[in-house]
Design a protein. Structure first.
Length: 342
């Protein structure tokens, strides 16, 4: 699978170069006079957010990142060269944690945002630094300091405005393909979607929004059942949660499906219940008008806004687009551009 959203890796900054003990040859100057240079600083390790990356796949093939050491000082007051930094580019939405304590160290949500993962060691001082009026020929120099090293964990939380959730075969991939230019795999069997998919919904008079489709949730997903549990983190930053319900099932199954979704969201993170929710009844081309009216009335009792569509035939899609656009305008007007949910 090409999508990777969690990895553990090791960073080691460069060690500082040692200071130098050296004396120049100069007449009437005791022992020639000290001219040992300082050692160079070790290179740093930086993480930089890159808007062009969508996965942590590179960490599958490389887990150790090291910066160069600084060079030692030399005679004639020559300072050592500083070590070359190591720059690791990561996707927007990357959360960096200390592997031992689990403490969050950085949340990279802006393009080119930079985090110093490990600082390079300071270079040692050459003996020219220790010359005094009473000690004009010091033979003292200091070693370079070691660079920082540690294990880190990186988690990816996709930056999206709308989270598309539903049970397997609810039609999420079909809907994403109709709302955007995304081209997800579509098939009639459960768990067709094996990894999160992103699509961009364009509006005529306002900024576009990004929709994230995660693999179908099933009961017990928050405990690791099914596939969707691996990707629930990707809806934590969304401002709007769009519940897609299969309206073609019989009896009370559509309501039962909605309750499963609400239960799994609450079990994973209760803060998700405070987001804006939009219930969308899909596959209405497979039921008659009386059944649709019944379902709309019953879902209205949940207190959530309800729309009815057929992602397959396109019925109701324009109304859904307009409603998503209106909600996003309201979110942005309220200062909701920060979709971290924190």
């Amino acid at each position: 699978m090409g999508f990777v959203d969690e990895a553990k890796f090791f960073v080691k900054a460069g060690d500082g170069g040692n200071g130098c003990v050296s004396f120049r040859r100069e007449k009437f100057v005791p022992r020639g006079g000290p001219n040992g240079g300082d050692g160079g600083k070790g290179g740093d390790v930086f993480l930089v957010a890159d808007r062009n990356l969508r996965s942590l796949i590179d960490f599958r093939y490389r887990s150790h990142f090291r910066a160069d050491n600084g060079s030692g000082g030399q005679g004639s007051d020559k300072h050592g060269r500083g070590g070359k930094d190591s720059v690791i580019r990561v996707p927007l939405g990357s959360v960096i944690k200390d592997a031992d304590s689990g403490v969050v160290l950085a949340d990279l949500t802006e393009p080119e945002q930079t985090f110093l993962a490990a600082a390079g060691g300071r270079g040692g001082l050459g003996n020219a630094r220790f010359a005094t009026s009473t000690n004009r020929a010091p033979r003292k120099a200091t070693p370079g300091q070691p660079g920082e090293e540690r294990w880190l964990v990186i988690e990816l939380k996709l930056l999206a405005d709308v989270g598309l959730i539903g049970l397997p075969n609810a039609g999420k991939s079909t809907l994403l393909s109709r709302l955007s230019a995304a081209n997800p795999k579509i098939a009639s069997y459960p768990f067709t979607t094996l990894e999160p998919q992103l699509g961009v919904l364009q509006f005529p008079h306002t900024d576009p929004c990004i929709i994230a489709d995660i693999p179908g949730l099933i009961e017990g997903a928050h405990q690791g059942v099914g596939l969707g549990h691996q990707f629930l983190r990707h809806i934590e930053r969304t401002a709007v949660l769009l519940h897609l319900i299969d309206a073609s099932t019989e009896d009370d199954q559509p309501l039962a499906d909605y309750r499963v979704l609400a239960k799994e969201l609450a079990a994973y993170n209760r803060e998700l219940l405070d987001r804006r929710h939009l219930l969308v009844l899909n596959k209405i081309d497979l039921i008659d008008g009386a059944r649709l009216a019944e379902l709309i009335d019953r879902f209205a009792a949940t207190g959530q806004e309800v729309l009815a569509i057929s992602a397959e035939t396109g019925r109701g899609l324009e109304a859904l687009k307009e409603r998503i656009g209106a909600i996003m305008e309201a979110v942005r007007a309220e200062g909701g551009d920060d979709l971290s949910g924190e």
